[in-house]
Design a binder for this molecule. Structure first.
Ligand SMILES: [Zn+2]
Ligand SMILES: [Zn+2]
Length: 262
């Protein structure tokens, strides 16, 4: 097997399905060539748990935020706590934050306000931002534009847009990361988008426990060990060897998140 050293740049390892077997999850991941992780908190409980996890495992990093779904629950106290937690040395990004007009679990107005507050924290703490955007592309770009002078490092996670939208994101200097969705049979549009993203702007993520990639789509609980399938498909798409591809996207991820080579 080819040697890879991949980074799962977006996973939810504190969610119950993964947390209950975390040692096994990490072991299987390492064996499959994914040797570093960014675990993403989505509410106060999981933000704290994510930070705890970074203290337990080497190469484990945390991103913290309140998910756009939960924008309606956000109080001044919650944002104050987030601002404090963001100072932890293993917190390397703010996110996932943004707008979700697909599920609409919070009012658009609340989502916009909370998104902007996250961008202010990222700017104060000088941290990159992980964007969650569903059916809200134009508004997301608009809000990012308002903060473009202070927030420069931005990645659109679980990218599901078109090649045209990918180009707009790239023109702003932002990054794009792909999940297992890119391996799905009906995901021609996502593969077309992946084609236009250069390797120095492209990152990989499982977004586990959700969305296992093909050919493991039937595995109910996705995990970082399956990141290799996403890497393999994208390497093929880019007509590169897996090793070469893995090296390039790992370098991109390290640069973007400011991770030191170990
Ligand atoms: Zn998301
Ligand atoms: Zn996520």
């Amino acid at each position: 097997m080819e040697i890879t050293e991949l980074i799962d740049t977006h996973c939810h390892l504190t969610f119950q399905d993964l947390a209950q077997d975390i040692d096994g999850v990490i072991e299987r991941s390492r064996q499959a060539g994914t040797t570093a992780w960014i675990t993403v908190g989505t509410d106060p409980e999981h933000n704290n748990k994510s930070i705890e996890l970074t203290e337990r495992f080497e190469n484990m990093h945390a991103a913290i935020a309140i998910h756009p779904h939960d924008a309606k629950t956000v109080t001044a106290d919650i944002m104050r706590e987030l601002r404090e937690l963001a100072k932890h040395p293993r917190v390397i990004a703010i996110g996932e934050t943004g707008l979700d007009y697909h599920y609409n679990l919070s009012l658009h107005e609340d989502q916009r306000r909370v998104f902007a507050e996250h961008l202010r924290i990222a700017s104060e703490c000088n941290l990159p931002v992980i964007i969650h955007c569903r059916k809200a592309f134009e508004e997301t770009m608009q809000i990012l534009d308002e903060y473009s002078s202070s927030v420069e490092k931005v990645v659109f996670h679980c990218f599901s847009g078109s090649a045209e939208q990918a180009k707009i994101v790239l023109d702003k200097g932002y990054y794009i990361s792909f999940t297992g969705v890119v391996t799905f049979k009906n995901a021609e549009k996502t593969r077309a988008a992946a084609k236009v993203v250069p390797l120095d702007r492209l990152m990989l993520e499982t977004d586990c426990p959700y969305m296992s990639p093909e050919p493991m789509r039937k595995q109910k609980v996705n995990e970082p060990a399956l990141l290799i399938h996403i890497a393999r498909l994208l390497a093929e798409l880019k007509e590169m060897s897996l090793t070469e591809f893995a090296q390039a996207v790992t370098d991109t991820s390290r640069t973007f998140f400011g991770l030191l080579r170990h």
